[in-house]
Design a protein around this ligand. Structure first.
Ligand SMILES: [Zn+2]
Length: 157
């Protein structure tokens, strides 16, 4: 689907800051292009699917493992205080989850937490600096390379 932003970025990973972080058989992890700060990543399906309920059991199982891996990677690399997980879908109807590492610095900057923090970030319209985002992407990619057992597709069982 040419009109879908998620599909466009899947087909052109160079358009995403730092390029692709990792991928499994059915899913892609890349830096978020929206106003959700440095280190916020998106986990999305490789093919155009509009609802999680339309994913196969194999796809969902792989997602669960990948979601845990992304949490582990963020905890080790970015040491956030919290990790927010969101899915909306109005603007980009392609299954994609936002995984957002939250630090005290971000909370202080916006004087909020939870959905209000996200709302303030969106209202700010601040797009993450591509260079800073690319540095974080590099570190997260390295984490996945050094922790191959966390690639859900590599798990035999
Ligand atoms: Zn799509």
């Amino acid at each position: 689907m040419d009109t879908c932003l998620a599909c466009r970025l899947n087909n052109n990973p160079d358009l995403v800051p730092g390029g692709r972080i990792t991928q499994t058989r059915h899913w892609i992890v890349e830096h978020c292009v929206g106003s959700f700060g440095i280190g916020a990543v998106v986990i999305k399906t490789k093919k155009h699917i509009e609802k999680l309920s339309e994913c196969s059991q194999a796809e969902v199982k792989e997602f669960a493992g990948l979601l845990k891996s992304v949490h582990l990677a963020m905890e080790e690399v970015l040491k956030p205080e919290h990790i927010y997980v969101s899915e909306w879908g109005e603007e980009t109807p392609h299954v994609h989850f936002l995984i957002q590492p939250i630090t005290q610095v971000t909370k202080k900057k916006y004087q909020a937490h939870g959905p209000q923090l996200q709302a303030k970030m969106v209202q700010s319209g601040e797009i993450p600096d591509p260079k800073q985002a690319a540095q974080v992407v590099k570190k997260l990619r390295q984490w996945f390379i050094h922790n191959p057992s966390h690639y859900p597709s590599n798990n035999k069982h």
